[in-house]
Design a protein around this ligand. Structure first.
Ligand code: GLU
Length: 471
């Protein structure tokens, strides 16, 4: 282990969304490449919710994704506790330091007053910044307010004359004009500390060397740069990941399928596909299908120069998932697919030789595990026949001709002989091989594409073949 220390710092909101997953992944890959430490820190300072379940979920989700952390809840480490709810005394101590060095002041303005000020500023086309009313009270006035227990928050006093900057991973410097920033809150009116402050304190005390997080945190970074400056401590290096957008270019939201990890897992996506897609999203590497292990070796983090939004492309993700499903060992594939099959068919599935062979046939076809269940219908259920679908490939009159050819032939054993007889008869009737095979495949599986007809004739029982073909 060296001094490279990165962290994934989710707020336990109940579910992981893709932005979280990508932040976790990028931190993990970065730590792996640099032989550094990947830390999980739970940012659970919002007391209003009960986070226990959500916290557990984060651990489970990371484990499912294969992104194991070396320091954090459960596993511990030298810089704990790793849950912010257990770090209150640390934050209060750092707040006391800010009070001592006179970088914070009490603000007694009510939310309503602040809101009114903000509206006035907006109308006057001024940047909405706190107007520092509370810095102008003489000390006896402050004392009076405190005596009547008037609620207040601590605000950090920005130095507008100051030019602050941060260094980014790709070697750039981002300059912030502090004139544009407001005196931000360090505490809430209940005395607890705000996200900007505790997140900074933890990065500092946990000796985080690189802060890798979404670009939506850029303005928080500016405020935090002021905090690093106030405490006279060196900053970490920053990397702000571009926002993930939907196909309309809007920030991805709950309304978009695949926004949450739960959507994807329920939709039959596997961790290998998700990780691979998210890691290469927006960057170009020659051979895109790569394991987490090799991605950690090949990504040149320092050269990535992305900002703004990048589009979430579900089709591309599906393609990666397809590639990874087809790479799984047969046993692994079956194990992962089974729960989806049981949900789909509504009963446990017996894994006999035939079922294994059926799995082997559909493995190269499937895009998702949900699709595996549907594709297995040809073997475990009765495929639904939508002739419209067939007629798009084979004209109705040709389909009728294939069916009359089938009807005119008496079944014999082995079934493979029948296939040969069908072929000869179809040829005699002026049908093309494709017209015959597509129609047979459709009658046997409900799909016009996919499984080989020869394979189907080998796998399905004569009874099933007859029933479906002669229906
Ligand atoms: N809790 C913050 C979030 O989930 C952390 C951001 C950060 O990585 O600093 O957005």
């Amino acid at each position: 282990m060296n001094s490279i220390r990165v962290r994934f710092a989710p707020s336990p909101t109940g579910f992981m969304h893709l932005g979280n997953v990508r932040a976790a992944l990028m931190n993990f890959l970065f730590a792996k490449q640099k032989k550094g430490t990947f830390i999980l820190r739970i940012e659970d300072t919002d007391h209003e919710r009960n986070f226990d379940e959500a916290k557990q979920r984060i651990g489970q989700d990371l484990a499912w994704l294969g992104l194991s952390y070396t320091e954090g809840p459960v596993v511990g480490g030298d810089f704990g506790p790793y849950e912010q709810s257990a770090r209150t005394p640390i934050y209060q101590e750092k707040l006391a330091e800010l009070i001592r060095i006179n970088r914070v002041y009490r603000c007694f303005c009510t939310p309503e007053q602040l809101d009114a000020k903000r509206k006035e500023q907006i109308i006057a086309s001024k940047p909405p910044r706190y107007d520092r009313t509370c810095t102008r009270y003489p000390s006896h006035a402050i004392k009076q307010k405190l005596d009547i227990a008037m609620p207040f928050i601590w605000r950090f006093k920005i130095n507008e004359q100051e030019a602050l900057s941060i260094d980014t991973l790709n070697g750039n410097t981002i300059n912030f004009d502090m004139d544009n920033f407001t005196d931000f809150a360090i505490t809430r009116s209940d005395g607890s500390c705000t996200f900007i402050f505790v997140n900074f304190v933890d990065d500092w005390l946990m000796q985080i060397s690189h802060v890798i997080r979404g670009e939506d945190h850029l303005s928080n970074t500016a405020s935090q740069a002021a905090l690093y400056d106030a405490f006279m401590i060196p900053q970490p290096t920053f990397w702000h990941l571009p926002i993930i957008c939907n196909s309309k270019g809007e920030k991805l939201s709950k309304r978009d399928f695949g926004f949450s990890l739960t959507d994807l897992r329920d939709g039959g996506f596997i961790p290998e596909g998700i990780n691979n897609y998210l890691a290469v999203m927006g960057i170009s590497i020659p051979e895109e299908v790569q394991s987490v292990e090799s991605l950690s070796k090949m990504i040149v983090f320092e050269k990535i120069n992305l900002h703004g939004g990048i589009n979430y492309d579900l089709e591309k993700l599906t393609w990666f998932n397809h590639k990874w499903l087809s790479k799984l060992s047969p046993d692994d594939f079956i194990t992962r697919a089974m729960p989806y099959l049981e949900t789909h068919f509504g009963h446990p599935i017996t894994l006999d030789n035939g079922t294994r062979q059926a799995f082997a046939l559909i493995q190269p076809e499937a895009n998702t595990l949900v699709e595996v269940a549907k594709l297995m219908e040809f073997y475990l259920g009765n495929p639904l026949l939508d002739f419209e679908k067939l007629h798009q490939e084979v004209p109705a009159e040709k389909v009728a001709l294939v069916r009359s050819v089938i009807a005119g032939i008496t079944w014999q054993e082995p079934a493979l002989t029948v296939l040969e007889v069908y072929k000869a008869a179809a040829k005699g009737a002026g049908l093309g091989t494709k017209e015959l095979l597509v129609t047979l495949r459709f009658l046997l599986t409900g799909n016009t594409k996919g499984l080989g007809v020869l394979d189907l004739f080998k796998l399905l029982s004569s009874a099933t073949l007859q029933k479906r073909l002669q229906a």
